[in-house]
Ligand binder design. Structure first.
Ligand code: ATP
Length: 599
């Protein structure tokens, strides 16, 4: 489509886009040329009518004149139709290609960048800004080019008929023309501001809508309406400034073209009276002058569109300038099959420089074992997961997989070795089967059914109106938290990855769902390296090792029994969460989960 590196200015990007479409544009231009050439028949007709038919009494020319006008119009119609077909369609394709490209760039953005950007704004990059490409390569461009061609052709004809009058009119038109250029330089930042504001307002709106339940529950509708209205007003102010400038430019252009016509009337009238210009020539001159002036009226509109398009391209460039998270993957080593031995070696990490979230964390997880991560809220458990998923890279130390530095292997390969079950796992707008098949869209129906069954989803599926083909997620049936988690487990089972990250639900499930999830998890954990952010005693007790995290530091590490005997941080946490530990420290927690705890 265009050069791989990001062009340094919007102009360069525009040129690259136009250049990529050069063959279609050339075909379009050829058709335009035909159209414009045929378009000259009409203004010449009055001259022939007045000078030849009327002046020389040649009535026999009349049918020919009529035929010429009709044929010329037909040619014009056909040429314009061809033009729309070629340029219109190819412009749509260009927009399609850019939407795809920007979407791909955005999904490849590092998590750190996405964290700081509203999703509504990103949506607007993909849908609105990409549409701007149409201005560069679509019928719009044809219109502009045709305007310029028409004006140029008409100008030559005008010079031909009466060069003095023409140059005078041009001198009159030139001055405001320069002003127009100046006005546009001022408009561009306004358009940029408008685009950014629009994205911001849309972004906030998207959040209001996706969080509508919380908004309603707290009666915050009016406040959200207010925030939105405020956004709209800010947008309106920018719009009114641009509209004022555009209006002024349009008015100036109209006055200029009227002035040009006035000059023509006065000078032409004099020339006819003096006998230096024929009536026919004057007729043609007026027709050509109109042909010349019409594009002039269009000029502010064209300039506005160009300015807007450049502002849109600026934003597209900003998206393209973000380095994708998998940049350099081609140079990294392929991962191949793994045993699944994972280690953190003195890992430190901070989202913002100066406020570390993980500090010097080191541990080893043998292949096929389960590591439970526990610790108070904000201790950095999810952050460890984010590092494991390679959403972020450690600021110090390293993660290793089978002894190899994670940073040195292909990101794509590593993510393929991962399955995740996160809290409140996301269901897409699609059928249950599609949701389960997310990691392997080509999975057979039988595989999906088996995964669903292994994750104890049978009972959920049989209760759904269309079984596995029921639409769930956004538009479809909503599932409960526990049900969603089982679907996520089915997903992970189908992914069949050697490393599993499991973020246990903190919300309590009813005991039936609880034991179903637990059972499904146990099956899933077999022969896999599992990391689980654990909240349930049963999970913690079953782990091969427990990492106790506190304020970003790994304070204890060992099995449940070992840690209880140590009477340290884990024991305190355990007692706070599950009640006092019986003497002897055999780890049987009291109260909350007696059934599980006594297993
Ligand atoms: P919880 O059990 O409550 O989920 P946690 O142990 O998983 O907590 P983390 O989510 O890892 O804790 O958060 C650790 C710290 O990092 C917190 O102080 C949090 O404010 C901060 N933090 C988490 N995510 C980000 C982010 N994307 N950008 C900046 N800071 C973050």
């Amino acid at each position: 489509m265009m050069a791989k590196e990001t062009p340094s200015t919007a102009w360069e990007l525009a040129k690259a886009i136009v250049w990529a479409q050069r063959s279609k544009l050339a075909a379009g231009l050829a058709l335009l040329f035909v159209d414009r050439a045929a378009g000259f028949v009409v203004p010449i007709a009055p001259k022939v009518l007045l000078d030849e038919v009327v002046g020389k009494q040649r009535a026999d020319l009349l049918p020919w004149l009529a035929a010429a006008v009709v044929v010329a119009s037909l040619v014009q119609a056909l040429a314009l139709f061809g033009l729309q077909r070629i340029l219109g369609l190819s412009a749509e394709l260009v927009v399609l290609g850019w939407r795809r490209r920007i979407m791909a760039r955005i999904t490849r953005m590092p998590a750190a960048h996405l964290d700081g950007t509203q999703s509504g704004a990103l949506l607007s990059r993909i849908m609105d800004d990409a549409a701007a490409m149409q201005n560069l390569v679509g019928a719009q461009l044809a219109r502009w080019t045709s305007n310029i061609l028409t004006a140029l052709g008409a100008f030559v004809a005008l010079l031909w008929i009466d060069w003095k009058m023409t140059l005078l009119a041009l001198a009159f038109a030139a001055l405001p023309g320069l002003g127009l250029d100046l006005a546009h330089r001022k408009l561009r930042p306004l358009f940029r501001e408008r685009g950014e504001l629009r994205a911001e307002v849309a972004g906030r709106l998207a959040q209001t809508l996706s969080g509508i339940r919380v908004v309603k529950a707290y009666g915050a509708e009016r406040r959200e309406q207010l925030v939105f209205t405020r956004g709209l007003h800010r947008l309106f102010r920018v719009m009114s400034r641009t509209t004022n400038r555009r209006g002024t430019m349009g008015a100036v252009a109209a006055v200029v073209s009227a002035g040009v016509i006035a000059i023509v009337v006065v000078m032409g009238g004099r020339a006819i009276l003096a006998g230096t210009m024929s009536l026919g020539d004057f007729g043609s001159y007026v027709a050509f002058a109109l042909m010349f002036a019409a594009p002039l009226l269009d000029l502010p509109e064209i300039a506005t569109r160009v300015t807007e398009t450049l502002a849109d391209l600026d934003r597209v460039r900003a998206v393209e300038a973000v380095i994708p998270e998998d940049e350099g993957d081609d140079a990294r080593e392929p991962l191949g099959a793994i045993r699944g031995e994972i280690a953190f070696e003195d890992v430190s990490f901070a989202y913002r420089p100066g406020s570390p979230v993980l500090r010097g964390v080191s541990f080893h997880a043998k292949a096929g074992t389960t590591t439970a991560i526990v610790g108070p809220s904000g201790a950095g458990k999810s952050t460890m997961f984010a590092l494991l998923m390679a959403f972020y890279r450690p600021s110090r130390g390293r993660l290793t997989i089978d002894g190899r530095d994670l940073a040195s292997v292909k990101l794509r390969d590593w993510r393929k070795r991962l399955a995740v079950v996160l809290q409140d796992d996301f269901l897409f707008d699609g059928t249950m089967a599609e949701n389960i098949a997310l990691p392997r869209p080509n999975a057979t129906r039988e595989e999906i059914e088996r995964a669903a069954s292994a994750a104890h989803c049978d009972e959920i599926v049989s209760a759904l109106p269309d079984g596995l083909d029921t639409i769930v997620g956004e538009r479809g049936l909503k599932l409960s938290g526990g049900q969603r988690q089982r679907v996520a487990i089915a997903r992970a089972i189908l992914a069949d990855a050697p490393v599993l990250l499991f973020d246990e639900a903190t919300s309590s499930l009813d005991s039936e769902s609880e034991s179903a999830v637990h059972d499904a998890m146990k099956r899933l954990a077999l022969a896999r390296t599992v990391f689980v952010i654990a909240h349930r005693l049963s999970t913690i007790r079953g782990a091969d090792q427990i990492l106790v995290l506190d304020r970003g530091e790994l304070v204890e590490c060992g099995t449940h029994d070992e840690l209880l005997q140590r009477s340290g941080r884990y024991r305190a946490l355990h007692e706070a969460q599950f009640g006092a530990v019986h003497a002897g420290g055999d780890g049987h927690g009291a109260a909350i989960e007696p059934e599980v705890a006594s297993r």
